[in-house]
Design a protein. Sequence first.
Length: 212
Amino acid sequence: MNLILLGAPGAGKGTQAELLIEQLGIPSISTGNMLREAVANGTETGLKAKYYMENGLLVPDDVIMGIVAERVAQPDCQNGFILDGVPRTLAQADALEAAGVRIDHVVSIEIDDEVIEGRMTGRRVCSKCGASYHIVANPTKVEGKCDLCGSDVTTRKDDAPETVRKRLVEYHAKTEVLKEFYAKRDKLRLVEGNQPIKAITAEILNKIGARV
């Protein structure tokens, strides 16, 4: 089963990908990991990507999709795969089709911007050991101090309110349009994201008709 996970930043795609790996026994593939692997392996498209990356340029869609096609052709993807973080744009979705990569289901984790802002802006990370907290869901025992090492906890730049809002605006402008693209192909499956993690996984499995 070949899946794409869609959803705004903070919607829980990474968490669900990890759980689906266990349930379905197929690998989850992220854009960053694919690029690094292709460059390290010296593949034709990897060498192209390396040129852009070393020169501080954005890797073009056709190169990224070429790397996706190479990656999903590997033996561990024989029974399926989960794409997390790609495609991000209509151009990438078109390129994915042109590369002949078959997609069975596109799961979109639906959640309001206000909930995402609350989730992401409430995250805190230890400045020393990297332990993660949340001011509501998983607060530190002593305000502002890590439970494990006692160092200060901080807000990552990515979790600052203005950064979160910018990322949400970009998602709605560039990535959310993919829902219509895949709905026309009868591949879109909408899943409610504002519920317990295990409930989301169960709904995903039900929507894609998985038997586990």
